[in-house]
Design a binder for this molecule. Structure first.
Ligand SMILES: Nc1ncnc2c1ncn2[C@@H]1O[C@H](COP(=O)(O)OP(=O)(O)OP(=O)(O)O)[C@@H](O)[C@H]1O
Ligand SMILES: [Mg+2]
Length: 242
């Protein structure tokens, strides 16, 4: 807890400007995720959502501004170092190892953790996703899309991250699985893990998030409590299409 009684910020982006060559993508982006919070990052195609996650992960370096992770300036730190400091990502397209079992995929997520904690970490993931325990010997490539999403999240959770980043978890899933994948996100949220989720599906993601940010051509144009953004006229017109 910080002095004002709010959970301490786990992640802070301060005045971030990110370029690809001469192209100015993120423009003075300020963003915060507090402990235990579920924050969604919304915006249309090419608005800079993935670039924001890449900036947080250190895959792209901002020209100016700072990335503060758990109170430390990590702006010039490698991705590996940031992962050691508690970041994890569920990548787009999930990237599971299909010919390996569910259990083996989960174990891969724990490679930075002490070996002795493996069983405890597994049990924690199984308690969030009991289905993964039932399917632990099944090859990941034979799971349904929604089940694979659970493995991808379970694998990220095996590293016991302080902050989990997700890029379009519902992409490519059938509507019924989209719903399931948001339930999975809620389960992880309830387990106390802070999350920053990139989504194009504003309605669904705002309905489960604590707060949200809306990007448009690399700028934060709206931010606030998810419940308020859901009823925000401008957002509805511009991003929710009604
Ligand atoms: N490696 C790169 N080199 C050059 N330009 C890039 C690179 N990566 C992204 N861009 C450009 O930066 C802009 C923002 O891209 P970004 O991937 O962050 O958008 P996004 O909001 O994630 O979009 P989407 O919803 O389509 O995934 C786009 O115009 C994109 O073409
Ligand atoms: Mg993207």
């Amino acid at each position: 807890m910080s002095a004002n009684g709010q959970p301490a910020p786990l992640l802070r982006l301060e005045g971030i400007n990110t370029y690809y060559g001469q192209m100015h993508i993120l423009q003075d982006v300020n963003l915060e995720v507090r402990e235990g919070e579920l924050v969604c990052l919304l915006g249309g195609n090419a608005s800079g959502k993935s670039t924001t996650l890449k900036t947080i992960l250190g895959i792209v370096e901002p020209r100016t501004g700072a990335v503060i992770l758990d109170g430390r300036d990590v702006t010039r730190d490698s991705t590996a170092k940031r992962i050691e400091r508690g970041l994890a990502i569920v990548p787009e397209n999930r990237r599971l190892f299909g010919p390996m079992t569910v259990l083996e995929n989960l174990e891969l997520g724990a490679y930075l953790r002490p070996r002795a904690d493996l069983q405890e970490d597994l049990e924690r993931v199984y308690s969030i996703f009991p289905l993964l325990y039932e399917r632990r010997k099944q090859l990941a490539g034979t799971l349904s899309g929604g089940e694979q999403q659970m493995v991808a999240m379970g694998r990220a959770l095996m590293a016991r991250p302080k902050l989990l980043l997700m890029d379009e978890p519902s992409m490519g899933l059938a509507p019924v699985l989209v719903e399931r994948s948001f339930e999975v996100i809620q389960e992880v949220h309830r387990a106390g893990v802070a999350m920053l989720v990139v989504e194009q599906n504003a309605n669904v993601s705002l309905s489960i998030a604590d707060r949200g940010y809306v990007l448009s051509t690399g700028r934060v144009v709206l931010e606030g409590k998810a419940s308020e953004l859901l009823t925000h006229d401008e957002l509805r017109k511009a991003y929710l299409g009604r």
